[in-house]
Ligand binder design. Sequence first.
Ligand code: ADP
Ligand code: MG
Length: 231
Amino acid sequence: MLQLNNLCSRYPEQELCFTLAANAGEVTALIGPSGAGKSTLLAMVGGFTKIDSGQLLHDDQDLLPLTPARRPITTLFQDNNLFWHMTVYQNIAIGLAPSLRLTPEQQARVQQVASQVGIEALLNRKPASLSGGQQQRVGLARCLARRQPVLLLDEPFSALDPALRFELLELLRNQTDRLQLTVLLVTHHPEEAARVADNIAFVHDGRILEQGKRELLSAPQTKELKAYLGR
Ligand code: ADP
Ligand code: MG
């Protein structure tokens, strides 16, 4: 379980403080208006921004003293950070070893993950020759190959057409169940949250204003969430 206990990061413009618990095997969707603090929440968990107070635990381990690379976490951004001069195979491999020198076990793992996300036929291609959906599959494969228990995704599929988006969300759902991942998914599409998430948290002005199951979307309580959903 990933726990944020009044985890705060203060900036001149805004103070962000989050309390949230996310279980293994569950997708927690973070929804909310632009500027609410969703990306910053992921950065706080991933270790990419300063923390001023509060607690961050994973299975009772304190993550705050750990550098990003030592946290049991991997992150997929909308811009998937693929390297254009490398093959798909290398783009996945670099998640395991920056030197690209993989052990036989790691090489097998790259093949296995590629087949799980449906890109085994693309391993020798360069990302520029792939569709947007295929590129995001490569990004997801790189994350999954690292076998970290916590997966953070910041609007990973937003640039894709709805059909492709839902296909990749389905893939994410399956991998979450299969690997018992703890997933935080930032999305600005409430229908994505409704489709894949076990839990939904509404982020507003640096706080989680409401959280709950999918019913949150059909029965919003606060005027802010009602306004966000256009009710
Ligand atoms: P969202 O992803 O929900 O659109 P962000 O997390 O990108 O929102 O931004 C929320 C707010 O957090 C920003 O408007 C800003 O006030 C504050 N913030 C986050 N990171 C920084 C930073 N490194 N420096 C200054 N302000 C920051
Ligand atoms: Mg953002």
